[in-house]
Design a protein around this ligand. Structure first.
Ligand SMILES: [Zn+2]
Length: 248
C-alpha cells in the first residue's frame, strides 16, 4: 500500500455504485490514474465540488499492489473550471479538451508535457481566450506529443527538407516535398502553414491573440482531424458537438 500526493487535473467522473464516483485524473508523474472517491455522490461529501471535469486539484490516493483502481483519500481544489462553464462555447471546448487528453494520455507513464498542455489550455479558456483557438492549439499539440503529427520540416516520403508551399499527401500520411508530391499532393495555403508553425512556436496564451485568419484555423483543425482519425480509427465523441456550438 502506498500513499501518493500530487497535483492533478480531473478528466472525467462516472457515478459508481450508490454513493461513489469513479474518477479519471491526469497527474504529471504517473500519467492517467483511475480512482474511487467513496461517498462522493452523497449530499454531504468531503470532496465538495472539487471532482468536476478539468478542476485542478491536489489529490491524495492510496495504491494497492496489483490493483488498477486507486482509492482517493483527499482532494483540495486549486482551480475550478466553474467560471468557464458559464459560457457555453468554453464549456463545450473544455469537455472536448478533457476527452482529447483522456484519449491520448497513457496510464503509469510520466505525462508532464501533456499535463502542462492541459493546464495551460484550460487556463486560457478561463482567461476568456477564443475556444476555437485553444482547441486548434490543443489538437495539434496532442498529436505532436503522441507522435502522430507528421514532420513539418522533412518530407514524409524521402526525408528531404520541406519548402513552401507545404504539400499534403494523404497516401503518404503526411507532408511531402515538391519532388515526391508534384502531381497529386494537395497544396496547403501558406497562411495555414503559418498557423501550424505558430502553434508549434508560441505558448497558447500568445497564440490566442496572434493574428490568424479564421479560414486558416478551420483548415488546421481539419488537418488535425485527418491525422487523429487515421490514428484512432474513429472521431472523438465531442467533435460534432464542438462543430455545432463553436463552428469549424
Ligand atoms: Zn520527398
Amino acid at each position: 500500500m502506498r500513499l501518493q500526493r500530487t497535483e492533478a487535473i480531473i478528466l472525467h467522473t462516472f457515478p459508481a455504485r450508490e454513493r461513489d464516483k469513479l474518477v479519471v485524473f491526469l497527474t504529471p508523474e504517473h500519467g492517467k490514474v483511475k480512482g474511487y472517491a467513496y461517498g462522493a455522490r452523497s449530499m454531504r461529501t468531503r470532496f465538495g465540488a472539487s471532482l468536476e471535469p478539468l478542476a485542478k486539484v491536489r489529490i491524495g490516493y492510496v495504491e494497492r499492489e496489483g490493483e488498477e483502481i486507486v482509492r482517493i483519500e483527499s482532494v483540495d481544489l486549486i482551480r475550478s473550471l466553474f467560471p468557464a462553464q458559464q459560457n457555453l462555447a468554453a464549456s463545450v471546448a473544455a469537455s472536448y479538451l478533457a476527452e482529447t487528453v483522456d484519449t491520448f494520455a497513457q496510464s503509469g507513464d510520466p505525462a508532464e508535457v501533456i499535463y502542462r498542455l492541459l493546464d495551460r489550455t484550460t487556463e486560457a479558456l478561463l482567461e476568456g481566450a477564443s475556444p476555437l483557438r485553444v482547441l486548434a492549439y490543443a489538437e495539434v499539440w496532442i498529436l505532436r506529443l503522441a507522435g502522430v503529427l507528421p514532420s513539418l520540416r522533412n518530407c514524409n516520403a524521402c526525408d528531404g527538407p520541406l519548402g513552401r508551399p507545404l504539400r499534403f499527401d494523404s497516401g503518404a500520411h503526411g507532408f511531402v516535398c515538391a519532388n515526391c508530391g508534384a502531381d497529386h499532393a494537395q497544396v496547403i495555403a501558406n497562411d495555414v502553414a503559418d498557423v501550424l508553425d505558430a502553434i508549434m512556436l508560441l505558448p497558447v496564451g500568445e497564440f490566442a491573440v496572434a493574428s490568424v485568419a479564421p479560414d486558416a484555423l478551420v483548415e488546421v483543425r481539419s488537418l488535425a482531424a485527418f491525422f487523429r482519425r487515421n490514428f484512432l480509427g474513429h472521431e472523438l465523441r465531442a467533435y460534432e458537438i464542438v462543430g455545432g456550438v463553436i463552428g469549424g
